[in-house]
Ligand binder design. Structure first.
Ligand SMILES: [Zn+2]
Length: 191
């Protein structure tokens, strides 16, 4: 079979999401053929060390505050809450929302051992209290997370809205097309 170094790389690649053994093998052999790509990849991966979480919204950023939170053009009194950073990215690309985001970094799934205390809500509460937030849009249709967030936010003087139907219950915004997402945003209702 392959030398140990190749086998080890294939094994590491297989541990990445969505990469089966065949694809991992293909990538490993490709890199072996193109040494300049190895350097490029090492540099790109190393650069990830610069990435941290935004102090305000928990999105990924290389600075203390992310570019969206820093942008004076954004509607600063609206916050769209998402479970994971890439969901904010999907909404951003749709262009439907001009406010700010907040990333929970998780969802509640009791059967998987994911509980309310696993959600990062502390900075959101701080922002509601300090930043004159008028509306919180919960861009999740994950039942437990939605229920918990609605209950939590009822304690504060802020309008809380959910996305309109169109997004399957328990489903995620990443599984809907852009038009459905836009409609769900436009038709959001207060809870
Ligand atoms: Zn931010």
């Amino acid at each position: 079979m392959y030398p140990k170094s190749i086998e080890e790389l294939i094994k590491s690649l297989t541990e990445l999401p969505s990469l089966g053994p065949k694809s991992a093998e293909r990538i490993a052999l490709h890199l072996l053929d193109k040494p300049h790509k190895i350097e490029q990849l090492i540099k790109a991966v190393k650069n990830l060390e610069k990435v941290g979480y935004c102090d305000k919204c928990n999105s990924y950023t290389e600075k203390k505050i992310c570019s969206i939170c820093e942008n004076p053009q954004r509607e600063k009194n609206k916050i769209c809450v998402v479970e994971e950073p890439h969901q904010a990215d999907i909404i951003e690309k749709s262009g439907i929302f001009k406010g700010l985001y907040y990333v929970l970094h998780g969802s509640i799934a009791p059967l998987e051992g994911k509980n309310p205390q696993d959600l990062k809500v502390d900075k959101l509460i701080k922002r509601i209290k300090e930043d004159h937030i008028k509306e919180i849009i919960l861009a999740t249709n994950q039942e437990f997370t939605l229920h918990y967030m609605v209950k939590l936010l009822k304690n504060f003087k802020v309008k809380v809205s959910c996305l309109a139907k169109g997004i399957p219950v328990g489903g995620n915004i990443e599984y809907v097309d852009e038009l459905t997402l836009k409609e769900a945003f436009k038709g959001r209702r207060e809870v």
